[in-house]
Design a protein around this ligand. Structure first.
Ligand SMILES: [Zn+2]
Length: 331
């Protein structure tokens, strides 16, 4: 596309003809991409999220701007059709003043307003990062062609997003799909949200690691995460395997409740903990089958997410590229 080409809004499907700059702000990494109208990623880069002592909001914003400039340059500076961003919650929505739990430098940071000022004249849209993963999996991943999907991310936290009738469901405040705080054990462990026995309290990576350590797994190891736990499970470490069973059981119970409520076609599970493969998915399926007895619920398929680390970026781009299905908040 020549630099002078106008940004065009396609006549069908609400898609835009120009590529979109996609942003994914997480506690571990900042990632960015240029995504073509069909969903192909043409430039991608990531940096570790700076989170040191003394880091302020503006320092983090400068790092993010540098990353965005780099991927735009790597793609050959195409004219952009918009900017879509996923960010860890909580946030106000759709204004997107963000306070990501794992990024203390940003508290009430006006991400959408800053991106708008940086890319004047372009639509800029921000949604929860797990919602963007669910959108990506629905549009171009494991839920492609299906109308009703729950997308789940099981990593440092447990997040999700909900597509019903082929469209993203936002809820009253942009928080629909928050499956991490569905209660699976009413007298279970305390959750960061203040409650007890939420799915997230049991199945989040750090929760599993803490449980496994108490059971004797890698008690001296520093900075071990759910990813190492998943890989030890694949190597057959009995405590790691038991931790995955514990997570899988909780996830399966939560999915049984979710599909009775929402009548889902498919549940796609991604995130670091899901890398345990069958060691996680077998107990998920077993617990799901033990709790889902209505015929419509039992037909729900539970599958691994298909897009890997670019799911959130592809979903963020779809906030612009497929706005008729995935963006319900006006401009
Ligand atoms: Zn909770």
């Amino acid at each position: 596309m020549a630099a002078a080409d106008p940004v065009e809004v396609a006549g069908t499907g609400g898609g835009r003809a120009a590529p979109v700059l996609a942003v994914d702000v997480g506690g571990t990494k900042l990632a960015a991409a240029v995504v073509e109208p069909g969903g192909r990623v043409v430039a991608y880069d990531r940096v570790a999220t700076p989170n040191g002592e003394g880091l302020d909001a503006e320092g983090l914003w400068r790092t993010l701007q540098g990353l965005l400039d780099k991927v735009h340059a790597d793609a050959g500076f195409p004219p952009l059709g918009g900017v879509g961003a996923g960010c860890g919650g909580p946030m106000t929505w759709p204004a997107a003043e963000v306070s990501p739990l794992n990024i203390p430098a940003w508290r009430g940071f006006p991400l959408r307003e800053r991106l708008r000022a940086r890319y004047p004249g372009l639509p800029v849209r921000v949604h929860n990062d797990a919602v963007c993963v669910a959108i990506g999996e629905h549009w171009r991943g494991a839920g492609r062609g299906r109308s009703n999907l729950l997308g789940m991310v099981v990593s440092t936290g447990v997040g999700g997003g909900l597509i019903l009738g082929g469209r993203l469901v936002d809820g009253a405040s942009g928080n629909a799909g928050h499956i991490g705080h569905v209660v699976v054990e009413p007298s279970g462990p305390p959750c960061e949200c203040g409650g007890h026995g939420c799915l997230e309290a049991i199945a989040r990576g750090p929760g599993l690691v803490a449980w496994a350590r108490a059971e004797g797994w890698r008690q001296g190891g520093q900075d071990v995460t759910g990813v190492e736990l998943a890989s030890d499970a694949r190597r057959g470490h009995p405590v790691a395997v038991a931790a995955m069973r514990r997570a899988g059981h909780a996830i399966g119970v939560a999915i049984a409740s979710a599909t009775h409520l929402c009548d889902l076609d498919v549940v796609a599970i991604g995130g670091g903990v899901s890398q345990a493969g069958a060691l996680l998915f077998d107990p998920v399926e077993e617990a799901f089958r033990a709790h889902a007895w209505m015929a419509f619920a039992r037909k729900t398929q539970i599958v691994p997410a298909a897009l890997g680390q670019t799911a959130g970026l592809i979903g963020a781009a779809a906030l612009i590229l497929v706005q008729d299905r995935y963006w319900n908040a006006g401009d």
